[in-house]
Write a protein that binds this ligand. Structure first.
Ligand SMILES: Nc1nc2c(ncn2[C@@H]2O[C@H](COP(=O)(O)OP(=O)(O)O[C@H]3O[C@H](CO)[C@@H](O)[C@H](O)[C@@H]3O)[C@@H](O)[C@H]2O)c(=O)[nH]1
Ligand SMILES: [Mg+2]
Length: 193
């Protein structure tokens, strides 16, 4: 299945080229009824990324991180955001990158990471595709405090939560990060059955 014969890119304009690139693309799209229609769309072009939820089956716990997120703050969320550890790939493989990112942010050196799915988190606007992982952890795998890279402005708290509490926090709105919600529901369904 291809839709490339339904799309003709006519013009691409870079609107902003800062940390990431914002483009405005003009293209013709062949609608379901066969008619061609000209459209303009802005895309925020971000590298792919990966997220991980470490879990401990016996203790029924998971590891999450907590950090300041400017976009959530601007939108009125007046607290640090509880998230699954995540980072951009920077051209590394998702498996390699997520191990490094997990150690940087949570302090846990994970053994085996298990890929569970991929998802576009905001497909109408952002090109980024997120690779999702889960990984079993043991307390002995903690090799540092984590916290992220201070020189990049990261100031990350590490949280170890019971799975039932984490699920309750989704229900009452204390966990509001999409990737954390998806991974918590995955482990609720497939690990802590
Ligand atoms: N100077 C500067 N630094 C930035 C900017 N945007 C991000 N950074 C820094 O770049 C680093 C990126 O950290 P990662 O851990 O690799 O990524 P992330 O911020 O966790 O992002 C991932 O999760 C986000 C939230 O779900 C996603 O939005 C993001 O695309 C990615 O998947 C952080 O130190 C962050 O502060 C920016 O506009 N300017
Ligand atoms: Mg991160």
């Amino acid at each position: 299945m291809t839709i490339s014969d339904r799309v003709r890119i006519k013009d691409v304009r870079v609107l902003s080229n800062g940390w990431t690139t914002l483009k405005n693309t003009t293209f013709d799209y062949r609608r379901a009824n066969g008619e061609w229609q000209t459209q303009h769309r802005e895309t925020y072009e971000r590298d792919n990324a990966a997220a991980v939820l470490p879990y401990n089956r016996a203790g029924r716990t998971v590891i999450l991180v907590k950090q300041f997120r400017l976009p959530a703050f601007i939108r009125g969320y007046d607290d640090l955001l509880i998230e699954a550890a995540a980072g951009v790939l920077d051209d590394a493989s998702p498996e390699m990158r997520i191990r490094a990112e997990a150690e940087e942010e949570t302090g846990y050196r994970l053994d085996h990471v298990h890929k569970v799915f991929e998802a576009f988190m905001s497909p109408g606007a952002i090109t980024e595709k997120l690779h999702f992982f889960v990984a079993e952890y043991e307390p002995s795998m903690r090799v540092s405090d984590g916290g992220g890279l201070e020189h990049e402005g990261e100031d990350i708290e590490v949280l170890e939560l019971g799975i039932d509490e984490a699920l309750a926090m989704i229900a009452d709105g204390r966990i509001i990060d999409g990737k954390a919600i998806m991974l918590l529901q995955y482990v609720a369904l497939h690990v802590f059955k």
